[in-house]
Design a protein around this ligand. Sequence first.
Ligand code: 13P
Length: 252
Amino acid sequence: MRRKIIAGNWKMYKTVAEAVELAGGLKKELGGFEGCDVVICPTFVCLTEVSKVVAGSCVKLGAQNLYWEAEGAFTGEISGAMVKSTGAQYVIIGHSERRQYFGETNETVSKRIKAALKNGLLPIVCVGENLAEREGGKTFDVVKDHVTGSLAGLTKEEMNKIVLAYEPVWAIGTGKTATSAQAQEVHAYIRKVLAGMFDQEVASATRIQYGGSVKPENAAELMGQADIDGALVGGASLKADSFAAIIKNAVK
Ligand code: 13P
């Protein structure tokens, strides 16, 4: 039985003070909640302060990216050890916005995953097709390419530490959610790809989140699907009450 995992990707929103307030609000909303894993991913500059707020609570911390080198003259970059030193346990890798705007490829995703694992961070690895690819009937090809390219060379033991997130780009920030059937179909397909790359055990154990306009109103339906093990939430994670409602609805 896979334990559900709901993560909030705060993207480039919230100053330090705002992030502290949001994290505090969420902690209050959730109290001693134990129904699933909960992760929030603020910007790098907020990690240390937010870490203090959520310490000892059910809310875990993640970053939104990392650089693969251990240290050096890489102005503006953040290493895995630096992320880890803030108290973060997770890191989002290969988000479509990074693929789209910052030149992220399967190769760089793979390097970042390895750097995360080396530093004891749990990667949340994003995959998903854009609208043209979906309309062109390429969804499965693109998803297979992202999964096989990003996870190439990992061992089964390393796969135990990885969470995947299927995020159809056309559903991100658009209010246009994939139907639960559309999402389930791709999630089941990802499991098939994992079985081919690794084995059935890895395929059955890997948690796969859905992301793209997840809201309190659609969370239960999406996460009621057999192969959907949680959500990666953008906009609706920026308010404590809506994110808490998604979390509670997901495990009903
Ligand atoms: P929205 O929930 O705002 O559509 O964003 C999804 C997302 O990109 C999470 O990583």
